[in-house]
Write a new protein. Sequence first.
Length: 449
Amino acid sequence: MRAAPTILHLDMDAFFAAAEQAAKPSLRGKPVVVGGLGPRGVVATASYEARRFGVHSAMPMGQARRLAPNAAYLVPRFAFYRSISEQVMELLGRLSPLVEPLSLDEAFVDLEAGEIADDSASARVAGERLRVDILATTGLTGSVGLAGSKMIAKIASEEAKPDGLVLIEPGTERELLGPRSVRILPGVGPATGEHLRRAGMTTVSDLAEAGEDELVRLLGRAHGASLYRMAQGYDDRPVVAERDAKSVSVEDTFDVDLHDRVRIRTEVERLAERCVGRLRASGHSGRTIVLKVRRYDFSTLTRSETLRGPTDDPGVVREAAARLLDAVDTTGGVRLLGVGVSGLADYTQEDLFAQTEARDAAASAGDAAAAEVVAAVEPAADEPVERHWAPGHDVRHAVYGAGWVQGSGVGRVTVRFEEPGSEPGRVRTFAVDDPDLVPGEALPLVGRG
């Protein structure tokens, strides 16, 4: 723990949705939901306008549509988000050599290591300057938390949302945490929270008063001891620069054991979708799909499958996880499910190599299955290519210029022609195979002089 609030946590505000609103003038101030639009899609990010209807990240997209039927529903543009993230991370790197990215839109910064802050006043100046620089560079807002530890800095940035800065003075951590729900602490999810509630502990002060021995008895040595230290406001984890993620995973613990095989498979498929969302947000793909199953008796099984090449395709991950589930006995019930991807790689380059390998394998070995995979991606030269126009994606028309897809169907595509910084644009409809309409490139949110 530090004597000065020199650990900074930055969290961009509703990042994906805010980027889409900045890029599309007609969506500013309106509810926007970004995520998978298929029947099993999930919400990646919802704008603050959409959150007022109860929409939140990781929610099934069908539920989001019922809550906010008039919102704009867009397919993610990860290359666009990564380009903005790179600008933000560059600004963080100017503050300190110790920057720990957690995702495209979130990072810790050690201001002390950058020698630009050693007390509350200088830390606040650095944080406010960062917010100004982010807005000027990207056109987007971020919330900043400053504290003497990573845990408290992250709590501070959450309190600062949206578009604010909160500094928590070292020495006030226990007072801050005491009345809060136990769920505010890292590692306390729904299952652990419910377990603690049944033991009569609902606030952080309840944990501190219970003592370490009681928490160890309830949760085990490692988790119980760690939770007791956090309840005291103690967190000595350092900011670690350039963490190399080895895997990406998500899991859910269920209040009631699942017995229905169809329900279990549905949950696995939803977890696979969420996992791919995190995988893409980190800018990776992976070769190995991992399924985790904790059964009714607390026994935990893991199964894995290694693919020919790395992927960030939700369909591939979903199908692999489903195959792994087929090999697991769920008789008696399941209390936890998890899906992960490991063997991570830079997806853009590595997936091109994987496609080449698949094509070579099909040509040299006569592998019919591999040939079908390649054919699904690359139709034969004499077959017409049906163009797919994803909602929210960029297009360019030979006459009307840059725009984005509002929707498509029945052989037509509707496009709104506008650019960042322009007035809301007009909507026009074209045939999906109109030769004047082509996929476009994302335009910068802030003009370059």
